[in-house]
Each structure stands twice: as C-alpha cells, then as structure tokens.
Design a protein around this ligand. Sequence first.
Ligand SMILES: C[S@@+](CC[C@H](N)C(=O)[O-])C[C@H]1O[C@@H](n2cnc3c(N)ncnc32)[C@H](O)[C@@H]1O
Length: 451
Amino acid sequence: MTKKKVQIWNGNVRDAALSILLAVDKNQAYSNLLLHQTIEKYKIDPKDRALLTEITYGTLQHKFTLDYFLEPFIRGKVDLWVRWLLRLSLYQMEYLSRIPAHAAVNEAVEIAKRRGHQGIASMVNGVLRSILRKGVRSVDEIKDPIERLSIETSHPQWLVARWVEFYGFDHTSEMLRENNVPPVQTVRVNTTKTTVDEVLALLEEDGVKAEQSDIIPECIYLTNGQASRTEAFKKGFITIQDESSMLPANVLNPQPGWRVLDMCAAPGGKTTHMAEKMNNNGSILATDLHPHKLDLIDENVERLGLEIIQTAPIDGRKAASFLQEESFDAVLVDAPCSGLGVMRRKPDIKYTKREEDLESLHSIQLELLENAVKVLKPGGRLVYSTCTVDKVENEGTVNDFLTTHPEMELVPIEHLPTQLIEKQQNGMLQVFPQDFGSDGFFVAAFCKKSV
Ligand SMILES: C[S@@+](CC[C@H](N)C(=O)[O-])C[C@H]1O[C@@H](n2cnc3c(N)ncnc32)[C@H](O)[C@@H]1O
C-alpha cells in the first residue's frame, strides 16, 4: 500500500513530528534545521512549537530505547512511517507524563488512518494498547553492561564502548544521560553595544525570563521565549551561542589592535565574539572552506555592527600558501570535528556518525594546525578547539601536533573562572555536558616560541 502524500504542517503537531522524523531518517535532513524551518514557514504558535520540538527531539533522542520496548509487540515487517509513528506515540506514553496515554494512542490511530488505511490503524491501535496493558520490558534484562547502557540511553554501542575506555563507566553513564536532557537556551551579550543589565531589562520587556551566567560573564540563560524573536536580538545586542562555544575567545583573549586569523570561521560565532573582545579595534580575517557559508558570517557581522572582520574562502589545509608567513598575532582553529559534544541539540549525530570518521578528522585537524603555525608570528598565540568529546580528536591531535612542532608549547588556560581553570589537565580543557549543562567542548592554547 503506498503512503498518501502529506505536507509537513496541517495543524496537527504529531503529524508534523512524524514528517520531520521521516525526513531526517530518509533524506539525512538535520533535525534542528528542519524543525526550525517548519516552525518559521508555518508560523507555528508557541504552545504547538514547544510540543512539536519536544516530541521530535525526544523521539529521536530515545530511538534505541523505544525500539527495545516495541520489539516484543511487533510481528513481521512494518513500513518506516508506521515504525516512526509507533516510536513517537510510545515516546509520549513513556516520557511525557502530562499527555494521557489514551490520547497518544487515539492520535496515533487517526494519523494511521489518514496516512495509510484501516488495517494499519488497527495494527497501531493493537500494539499501543497491548503496551498499555502489559507495560514495557526492563533494560535490566540486558546482561552486557555496554549494550545495556547503549539501549538505556540510546547511543550507539561503539561510542559507549569508546567513551567507557577513555573516561570510565560512571563518567560515561552520566554523560549519556545528560545528552538526553534538552539544552538551556543561552545568548552572548555584544559588549561593544550594550551591557548585560541592559539586555536583561530588554528581555524582561519581551516577557523572557533570563539570568546572567556565573561562569562566562557575557553569557545569559533564557528560561522561556525564543531569543531570535526578541528586540535585543534585532538590535544586535545578543548572539545565540552555547556557553561552551564562548570559551575559545576567552582563552585566546585577543587584544585591541591585534591581527587575528579565524581559520574555520563559519557561521562566525567565535569570530564575532573575538571582535567584541577586541572592542572592534584591530583586524580579523575569517576564513572557511565553503564559500557559501561566508555569507552567514557577513550577516552576523552586519547585525552586530562589527567593523574589523573580513572574510575569504580558504581551505585551511593550504592557508600558508595564500597568507603571509608569520603575519598574525593570534590564530583560532575551531576545527571541523565529530561533534560528539552537541548531541543534545543534534540527536541525529548519534545515529549517523561512524567510528571511522573520527580518524580522518584527526588528520584534517593536524593539517589545519600545521598551516596555522606557519602564519603565526613568533610569540603569537594559537588556540585549538572542538565541540567534541574524544581523546583522538582532542588530546591526540594536540600531542601529535606537539611532537612535530618543537617551536610550539602548550600554555596554561587562563581568563576563565576558577572552576574551569581547575579542570584543565596539562594545559588542555575538556568540558563534558554534565559539568555545567553546556555542550561537550575542548580547548587548548599554545604559544609560538620566539627565536
Ligand atoms: C566547528 S565549525 C566552525 C564554527 C565557527 N567557528 C563558529 O564559531 O561559528 C567548523 C567549520 O570548519 C569549516 N571547515 C571544514 N573544513 C575546513 C577546511 N579544510 N578549511 C577551512 N574550514 C574548514 C566548516 O565549513 C565549518 O564551518
């Protein structure tokens, strides 16, 4: 039976969540982008927006657990859309206490009728009502601890095993659980235009509850609302950015008048942060491999009213052949990485990333650093950062880089609050999602010895 054609939004939240989940699965669409586009395109109101986000992310986040629960109740093969419908309905029944289970079942049956036919609707009804009667099986039935953790927290087994080897079982278990908790919305204050207090007052006028972070002073936490719709955003007073992503500019600590290279810059979150730190005085060359992404930097620069940023499409692995040798006071390499620290906001990463990808990223990261050294002045500072939690891409890249570059030395991480400074090990800082509720992130700072 062929599926009836549906558009993403017909006023029904569960139907829309199903369309998004299917697109993510079939077309490798990014869940966060598709969700955002759907909300904007159909101007979905705040109440439906919140539920749509919760069901879409929640179902994706718990996919392996939901499949484990569903398995004993499904006989034979089911179409992909029916499987996703069962997953998203069971997600509501198991994880969303405010939605009555029978309402989730009724909605599922109606969707099955609309998208398929009465036979499928009966099957969906049968499966979900059996689960209601019998309950789901316990993950304690799984004997192997790695497999149990993988199913219980819905992360691939290879990753669980890798993290357990690197960071130990308990630490990994905490991280996996934190990855399933929705992130708090954070913004960075543009200190060239305004103050934290002024932004807090503006947000309040817009009905947004917010408070200043006690980790990064220019960071504000939002407990409701949508930052991009606020007056503060329109005025260029804030940038939406996770608190961990505010670390590199603080660690690099660029001074007014410096000439800085941001080698992997798009969409410009850290470029603009550095320009703010430099109080719009000096120059920043923001480069990226993909020319079309430079437009995103330009848009941000314009909105924030910054004047010292120039962009250029340059492959960082060849940067030294395009840029003058030893001409920058500082270089930021915010490298392409596996992104294992941002699964809370991009749950699809859990199911698409493969272990082999991590090795090739390690080689690219080394090539980028190789070029960064060449264009850095003696005495200049280099900061290397990633939004991942992995010892090969992080500590491994730093150690391999130092082995071939005796002219570079790690310098202690400074210009951060004590609780972060204390966490560094051998001049490298790995932030885990469970540490401060921010993304998993890594940062290391080097100095080029003067000869
Ligand atoms: C982690 S993202 C950078 C985020 C950015 N620094 C920010 O804060 O908004 C990594 C970026 O590296 C870029 N990239 C990937 N390979 C590259 C290369 N060989 N040279 C330069 N940029 C590269 C990607 O296009 C991507 O925009």
